[in-house]
Structure formats: structure tokens, C-alpha cells
Write a protein that binds this ligand. Sequence first.
Ligand code: DQA
Length: 156
Amino acid sequence: MATRAARGKPAPKPVLILNGPNLNMLGKRQPEIYGRETLADVEAACRAEARRLGLAVECAQSNHEGALVDRIQAARDANSAIVINAGAYTHTSVALLDALNAAELPAIEVHLSNIYRREAFRHKSYISPAAVGVIAGLGSHGYILALQALARLLKR
Ligand code: DQA
């Protein structure tokens, strides 16, 4: 069968799965809140689900706000959509909100924990206005649900 490239169709751009500060500590970090899976486990589950959905994914994580802004800016050309868990920057970062708005891509905000059941400072998300949807409190399954939602959105 002719490959997509041979048929002159560009390969679909991958969905970016972007994790922010301290999410590299998953599995070790407060497992009673964030679970025992590592970030590598979560990313592997996302890759498997993406394959099932016929999507490509790219995974990235940084503890640095500027690096996250750089990656979101690059996504404007390199990616079709973004799944973002901005960690604590969710509650502080106008820069991430601006970057997501500038990217002009469908973005889904994910949180492992239910931020609305936790401290008041976690109830405010600066980035939600740039997201098509928000998933919180369902653990790592939230990333899978975000990919399923994006697969539907990108098909339209
Ligand atoms: C988090 C919730 C944030 O409040 C926290 O700072 C995190 C993780 C979550 O996935 O539940 O680092 O985004």
C-alpha cells in the first residue's frame, strides 16, 4: 500500500503531551495524592492509547516555566494539539496562558488530583481560559480521556 507521504499527504502532526514542574517525580511524590505510576508509565500509556486512536504523540516535561513557554511556542508549527498538566504553574502563570493562546491549538488541561478538593490556592487555574476542556481528579486516566477527546476533535 502507498505510504501517506507517497500519496502526497503530509503525516498528521503529533499531539504534544506536556508536563510541568515536579511531574518528573511521579511515583515518588506524595503517592497518596498523585498515585504510584511514574511519568514514564503515564507516557507509555499515552503512547499505547494514541496508537489505538491512530494519533502520534510527543511527550515533554520541564520544571522551568520558560522552557514550557518555548515548547508551547514550538507546538504552534510542530503539533496538532496539546495535553497539558502545568503542575503548580497552573495557579501562577500568565506566561503559559499567553503561550497557549498564541499557539492557537486545541489544548486540554489535565490534573491528576481534583484541584477543587484541595487548598484554595489550587482552585484558580490561569490556563483554563485557553483550554477547550479541563480534566481533574481522575489520576493518569485523565491523560487517556484527553487523548480520546482530542482524537474526536481533530477528526472534525
Ligand atoms: C497537579 C495539581 C497542581 O496543583 C500541583 O501543583 C501539581 C500537580 C495535578 O496533576 O494534580 O504539581 O497539576
